[in-house]
Design a protein around this ligand. Sequence first.
Ligand SMILES: Cc1ncc(COP(=O)(O)O)c(C=O)c1O
Length: 383
Amino acid sequence: MKLIYLDHAATTPPLPEVRSAMDPFLGERFGNPSALYGKGREARAAIEESRGKVASLISALPGELFFTSGGSESDNFALWGTLIANSEKGNHIVTTAIEHHAVLETAEFLEKQGYDATVVGVDEHGMVDPGEVRKALRPDTVVVSVMHANNEMGTIQPIHEIASVCGESGVYLHTDAVQTVGNIPVNVEQLGIDLLSLSGHKLYGPKGVGAVFIRKGTNISSLAHGGAQERRMRAGTENVPGIVGLGVAAEYAGREMAEKNERISGLRDYLIDGVLCSVNNSALNGHRTQRLPNNASFTFAGVEGEAVCLHLDALGICASTGSACDTESLMPSHVLLAMGVDPRIAQSSVRFTLGRGTTRDDVNYVIEKLPPIIERLRSISQV
Ligand SMILES: Cc1ncc(COP(=O)(O)O)c(C=O)c1O
């Protein structure tokens, strides 16, 4: 059976070029980048080359990029690190109800440590209103964290406008750009942000590696102590193969983006129209146009999203109910609830996220197989 992988927001298959670039660093190029001899220096050079490639993808300076273990660590670092370093200014952060758990649970944890968090809501499309962010700011606000695009329903946020609001008040703006870096153009200068999180495995790179962009001059504390790596901002011997892989993935992402997005957004629209036309009582989640080029997320009233995904899996189609991190929880998505979706309808969400290997035939297969699955489940459903 052919496998149709439509869960690229959860993770992407590493490019063959990424794997072959990593390979020597899992073998003969095993040197510790902190070592002074040649083998160490070659590993150090590879890290710095990658830093340049990743920085270039987001129009940052190489010195503003710090490698981490991925998006979750970068989010923790950005929020907690700025709070620790700016305690004389205050102890308040602002975030939104639709953030990834890596931000929301960090905010909850920080509250338990005595910090204060305000969570701003969103409209029915999952869009954050910059005016609401402005209202939430206080004299003691240190940092605002608003994701660039949502991993579940794909809505792209007005980050530039939110950055203006934060800039006027002298508050740092962090954006979780895990779903956008490598997927759509991200330019830290144009966005006007101070901190940004990105993750290798969302852009056809390896898992367990990512980076945080920290604008030059940002007052932030390291969270990992005990070594001089990453200019004393993150102790620990670097994940050299992962960092090399991330660099190559970033290079390819930048090169392919425009062409890839034109093709994928066309297939996404074809999928959205095909599903909405062929399944009664279906709805698109998120904004119709301000959305990621590869995201098609739906609710199908009267069925459980998990059941739909299991039936699709039996036909070789990989889709998900939303966040990959929520697969063990049968709770409705916090994102859909924040958008005002009825909790029973929110249980019925199914997300398809397309990728560079997705074809029109794949999409046609989904459009053919999905409606009878929904029909069958509805006929036996107690929901
Ligand atoms: C928006 C967002 N932020 C953060 C993360 C976590 O990234 P990582 O898996 O690299 O820790 C994810 C992963 O799904 C994500 O989609």
